[in-house]
Write a protein that binds this ligand. Structure first.
Ligand SMILES: Nc1ncnc2c1ncn2[C@@H]1O[C@H](COP(=O)(O)OP(=O)(O)OP(=O)(O)O)[C@@H](O)[C@H]1O
Length: 268
């Protein structure tokens, strides 16, 4: 059996009394498109941070490509949740993409010309050729986000972590970026971990989902997890899930995010 691209064994994460998840066992395989869903504060970004080696688990072990997670792993590509670059960031769009491509693996192998060609190719793939030489701080949120995607794809990572990468993109670019991420996954063999609030833009690509809510989790195909029964039980309230023409509509989600552990906090 091949080594999982990323795995968690008996993983738990708590902050004080708040339990985000407990006893999570997970193996994400090379070439698997794995979506992470759940309400605000359910621990999706924290899971990314665990895999990036930035957030220690409360218990259990997390591995990437068979090795315990470590900061700065070259096995990982990361499209962070959107934050804007400061206005005067001294980088052009192509420099940012080049950072993803830089260094040991590619710099030597490609040479200067090849390096530039590859950066141009990536810029084109995310529809950023027209602003290749613009300072990143002057670009719109969506334009910056497309560059982050190009940067993360540049290194051909074993594991591609995407934290709401489609936010602030228009429909056309949502489709272009999600299809590129899908190609990186199903053609180039990266494992993709894709955090999102909305599964429909990527539903045709998703192999399995992890759904986090109320301190609980479920793992399975979208058809197994995204059901009225499963989500109602996780939210502890009636939630209706409608599958229609390949889309999934969830109706009646409770507004407030209930955190497992809040009861104890209140009692205390
Ligand atoms: N270092 C920390 N110390 C204390 N609490 C934290 C820390 N990091 C995250 N949390 C809390 O853990 C919870 C989960 O945060 P996280 O960012 O993982 O949620 P999320 O599912 O990504 O949410 P969203 O959908 O809003 O992005 C939040 O309530 C957050 O305040």
């Amino acid at each position: 059996m091949s080594t999982p691209a990323a795995s968690l064994e008996g993983a738990s994460l708590s902050f004080g009394r708040r339990v985000l998840w407990q006893d999570l066992d997970l193996q994400i395989n090379p070439g698997e498109f794995f979506a992470v869903l759940g309400p605000n504060g359910s621990g999706k970004t924290s899971l990314m941070r665990v895999l990036l080696g930035l957030q220690p688990l409360t218990s259990g072990i997390a591995r990437v490509n068979g090795r315990p997670v470590a900061r700065g792993s070259r096995d990982i590509g990361y499209i962070p949740q959107q934050k804007s670059f400061a206005n005067h960031t001294p980088l052009r769009a192509r420099d940012l993409v080049g950072l993803g491509l830089d260094g040991h693996r590619w710099g030597v192998r490609l040479g200067r010309r090849g390096f530039r060609r590859r950066v141009d190719e990536l810029l084109e793939q995310v529809g950023a050729s027209s602003y290749a030489d613009a300072p990143v701080g002057r670009l719109s949120g969506g334009e910056q986000q497309r560059l982050r995607a190009a940067q993360a794809l540049a290194s051909d990572p074993k594991v591609l972590l995407c934290d709401e990468p489609l936010l602030s993109l228009d429909l056309h670019h949502q489709q272009a970026i999600s299809s590129l991420i899908n190609r990186q996954c199903h053609v180039n063999g990266s494992a993709v971990v894709f955090v999102t609030h909305e599964i429909n833009p990527i539903i045709e690509y998703v192999d399995r989902v992890l759904y986090l809510a109320g301190g609980q989790f479920r793992v399975g195909t979208p058809e197994e997890v995204m059901t009225t029964e499963v989500l109602s039980s996780m939210y502890d309230s009636h939630v209706e899930v409608i599958h229609n023409e390949g889309r999934i509509v969830v109706v009646g989600l409770p507004d407030a995010t209930h955190h497992y552990g809040d009861e104890q906090d209140e009692e205390a």
